[in-house]
Design a protein. Structure first.
Lengths: 118, 108
């Protein structure tokens, strides 16, 4: 059974703090993703990675960075947290698609981290 | 036009009812389509993939209409446990784009 874990369920940080969100998957998946979910907007892709040390920007990368030093771990970093980054953050992983990287297989999500920036 | 659009609902239906959701997408080149289910305060989970010929999984039927660029999900004989948010998901090149979701509430 695929398991994706996230370091915290709830996090409260102050404006300007550096924030690290960790995600670990145990199924040897090549692809990993970070999304944020806000009411009425759905899930929006922040960054994704299809291999160790590889990263690609998603739709809303501004204010975020990522790190993937090991295959099972994908970290999201908020360099200087702001109140508009208050959100639910979801990590996901998947196998690569048939075209060798295209993301067409099921994504498995972690339980999410609800981040509040005050 | 949004990449993936869904009616947010909520759809309030009695147990046993049949309910259908539609979803439209803007990229005519998309090849893969999915429905995910998200329970309250939980993570999304894959409900079913959507194939060109349409597919059925028990009480759930998914249809794809490429000409009109929409996907549908039909739920027959609704159960209380079907209450959730249903996310329409469309592949756009190297990423999946999620709709904002349709809320379903099944009441006894």
């Amino acid at each position: 059974d695929v398991k994706v874990t996230q370091s915290s369920r709830y996090l409260v940080k102050r404006t300007g703090e550096k924030v690290f969100l960790e995600c670990v998957q145990d199924m040897d998946h090549e692809n990993m993703f970070w999304y944020r979910q806000d009411p009425g907007l759905g899930l929006r892709l922040i960054y994704f990675s299809y291999d160790v040390k590889m990263k690609e920007k998603g739709d809303i990368p501004e204010g975020y960075s990522v790190s993937r030093e090991k295959k099972e771990r994908f970290s999201l970093i908020l360099e200087s947290a702001s109140t508009n980054q208050t959100s639910m953050y979801l990590c996901a992983s998947s196998l690569p698609g048939l075209a060798g990287g295209l993301i067409t297989y099921e994504q498995y999500f972690g339980p999410g981290t609800r981040l509040t920036v005050t | 036009r949004k990449e993936v659009e869904q009616d947010p609902g909520p759809f309030n239906v009695p147990e046993g009812a049949t309910v259908a959701f539609n979803c439209t997408y803007s990229n005519s080149a998309s090849q893969s389509f999915f429905w995910y289910r998200q329970d309250c305060r939980k993570e999304p989970k894959l409900l079913m993939s959507v194939y060109s010929s349409g597919n059925e999984d028990g009480r759930f039927t998914a249809q794809l209409n490429r000409a009109s660029q929409y996907i549908s999900l039909l739920i027959r004989d609704s159960k209380l446990s079907d209450s959730a948010t249903y996310l329409c998901v469309v592949e756009y090149g190297n990423k999946l784009v999620f709709g904002a979701g349709t809320i379903l509430r099944v009441k006894s």
